[in-house]
Design a protein around this ligand. Structure first.
Ligand SMILES: C[S@@+](CC[C@H](N)C(=O)[O-])C[C@H]1O[C@@H](n2cnc3c(N)ncnc32)[C@H](O)[C@@H]1O
Length: 296
């Protein structure tokens, strides 16, 4: 929690102005923010998350020159830009390179070879990293697909291949597009791939090389809203975002992901996520939290 030790919980009207640097935050404030986060992004913020909400938003309240969450709530209800910043701050963007590596092994070993062949024959291949956070997931997929073959990157450049990487969080997308990571973040990239597909950056971090970045298109997209997507994907990674949604939102999202996937295509979800009962019959399970679409 921030240095300002706000009193969290209690009655909204009863926790105002404790010390100059403190920002009053009560249960009614939490409820108003939770309602907004749910409506905007599907995020479920139970009352037990009030410290998290305070920690994520207090600096925004201050940055807006306000001393009171009630005023900040009034502001984000009317100001779409500040509302987007608040929702961005409420998202959890934890991710890593080669996260849940069994998915990556399956993608590289089982899904990609047929897709690469299709590309070689002049076909089209589309992969979607939905909720890509700061880019580690889509860059991982590119490195896994290219393997240790420098020439493969040149070949891929001349094909109809795109990796769409989307997220709601503008700040995460900005980091993803930059393609810069701290050494500590990069350590989960296998050494051989790291040597091939990243280079040292001036400030002690690493940068993803252009060949890996070029096929990745980063776009802002809210999974709850319309998707400006015309054709289906061959592979969808939608991992570790549904955990923040309630059952109805998960079921709706999964049905839409199934619609957006080619028959025979693969869907990868997070390790603690499950397919909803209305969606599961459309897939066969091909491994832990990995599915192949078998029917419309
Ligand atoms: C924990 S990260 C997961 C990143 C990556 N998929 C992984 O598994 O490592 C969850 C991401 O979901 C995004 N997110 C949350 N709600 C969203 C929504 N309604 N639409 C799109 N992205 C959302 C957050 O901004 C965050 O970057």
């Amino acid at each position: 929690m921030s240095a300002a030790t706000a009193r969290v919980g209690g009655d909204a009207g009863g926790t105002r102005s404790l010390r100059d640097e403190e920002i009053a935050f009560g249960t009614a404030d939490h409820a108003a923010i939770a309602k907004l986060a749910y409506a905007e992004a599907g995020l479920v913020l139970a009352p037990s998350k009030s410290q998290l909400v305070y920690g994520r938003l207090a600096r925004h309240v201050r940055a807006c020159g306000l001393r009171d969450f009630a005023d900040y709530i009034a502001l984000i209800e009317s100001d779409a830009e500040e509302r987007a910043r608040a929702v961005d701050a409420l998202t959890t963007n934890h991710t890593s390179f080669f996260r849940e590596n069994h998915h990556i092994d399956h993608f590289a070993g089982e899904a990609w070879p047929a897709l690469r062949q299709r590309l070689a024959g002049g076909g089209r291949v589309r992969v979607w990293s939905a909720a890509c956070s700061s880019g580690e997931e889509p860059y991982t997929l590119m490195m896994a697909a290219l393997g240790f073959d420098r020439a493969a990157a040149r070949t891929l450049a001349g094909t109809d291949f795109r990796l769409l990487a989307t997220d709601l969080s503008a700040s995460s997308l900005a980091a993803a597009r930059e393609g810069w990571y701290a050494q500590d973040t990069a350590r989960t990239i296998p050494a051989g791939l790291r040597a091939l597909w990243t280079h040292p950056a001036e400030d002690g971090g690493i940068e993803i090389v252009e060949a890996v970045r070029a096929p990745v298109a980063f776009r802002a997209l809210n999974l709850l809203r319309d998707w400006p997507i015309r054709r289906r994907f061959d592979v969808i990674f939608c991992r570790n975002v549904m955990i923040y949604f309630d059952a109805a939102t998960k079921a709706r999202l999964q049905a839409r992901l199934a619609d957006a996937l080619e028959r025979g295509g693969f869907l990868y979800i997070g390790h603690s996520e499950r397919l909803a009962a209305n969606v599961a019959p459309r897939f066969e399970c091909v491994g832990r939290t990995m599915f192949r679409k078998v029917t419309e």
